[in-house]
Design a protein around this ligand. Structure first.
Ligand SMILES: [Zn+2]
Length: 219
C-alpha cells in the first residue's frame, strides 16, 4: 500500500474541503492577529481567517465577512462593508479573542466583482440592489458558507456569537453544523450614499437594521 502515503510530488487522491496551509502573525492597526490561510479544494479559492487571542470552542465572537473590494479597500460608500470589517476587527480585539473569516468569492453577494460593478451601474440608474442582480440574470444571493464552517471546525470552534445583521447567514452556518449561540448586531451609521441600499437590504433581504428608523429621509 504505497498509493496514499502523500509524499510531495507523488500522485495523491483528490482532496476536498478546506485545508489549513499557513499560519502567520499579522500585526494590524487594530491589534496583533494570526492570519491563518486555507485552500478550498472544491472551488480553488484561497481563504484567510484572522484569529485574535486564545479562542475557546464555544461562544466565540465571530464575523464571516464577505469580500467587497470596493468597500473594504476603497472606502466605498455604496455599501457599509468597509466599516463593518473595521468594526468586527475592533470588536474581537476589545473582546480579547475572536475570529474574522474573510470570505473570498463573495463579491456582490457571490456574483463576482465585474457583475457587482454592473449591478452598481444599474443602481445608479434607479434599480435597487435586488432588481439590479435580477436584471443581469444573476442570483440575488449566491453566497455559500460551507467553507466558513469548515474553517471554524478546523479552528476547533463549535459555536459562535455571530456578528451579523443577516438572518440567512446564521441559518446557513447552522445548516453547515456550527451552532450560533447569539447574533450580535453590527450596525453602521448610514450615510446619504448608502441609505437606499441599506433600506433595500432591510426590506427585501430581511436584514435586521433597526437603526435605520432614526434616519431622516434624505434627498
Ligand atoms: Zn460592499
Amino acid at each position: 500500500m504505497t498509493e496514499n502515503i502523500g509524499v510531495l510530488g507523488t500522485k495523491s487522491a483528490r482532496r476536498s474541503g478546506v485545508e489549513r496551509v499557513v499560519n502567520a502573525p499579522l500585526p494590524t492597526v487594530y491589534g496583533k492577529f494570526q492570519a491563518i490561510g486555507y485552500l478550498d479544494h472544491d472551488r480553488g479559492d484561497e481563504q484567510v481567517a484572522l484569529v485574535y487571542g486564545d479562542i475557546d470552542s464555544d461562544g466565540v465572537l465571530t464575523r464571516l465577512h464577505s469580500e467587497c473590494l470596493t468597500g473594504d479597500a476603497f472606502g466605498s460608500q455604496h455599501c457599509e462593508c468597509g466599516d463593518q470589517l473595521a468594526a468586527a476587527l475592533r470588536a474581537v480585539v476589545a473582546e480579547g479573542s475572536g475570529i474574522v473569516v474573510y470570505l473570498r468569492g463573495h463579491e456582490g453577494r457571490g456574483i463576482g466583482l465585474l457583475a457587482k460593478l454592473r449591478a452598481m451601474a444599474l443602481q445608479a440608474e434607479g434599480l435597487d440592489t435586488v432588481e439590479a442582480n435580477l436584471a443581469l440574470g444573476l442570483p440575488v444571493d449566491a453566497r455559500d458558507y460551507g467553507v466558513a464552517a469548515g474553517i471554524l471546525r478546523d479552528l476547533g470552534v463549535s459555536s459562535v456569537r455571530l456578528m451579523s445583521n443577516n438572518p440567512r447567514k446564521r441559518e446557513s452556518l447552522v445548516q453547515h453544523g456550527i451552532e450560533v449561540a447569539e447574533t450580535v448586531p453590527l450596525l453602521i451609521e448610514p450615510c446619504e450614499n448608502n441609505i437606499t441600499y441599506l433600506r433595500t437590504k432591510r426590506e427585501r433581504l430581511d436584514h435586521v437594521l433597526p437603526h435605520l428608523d432614526a434616519v431622516a429621509h434624505w434627498s
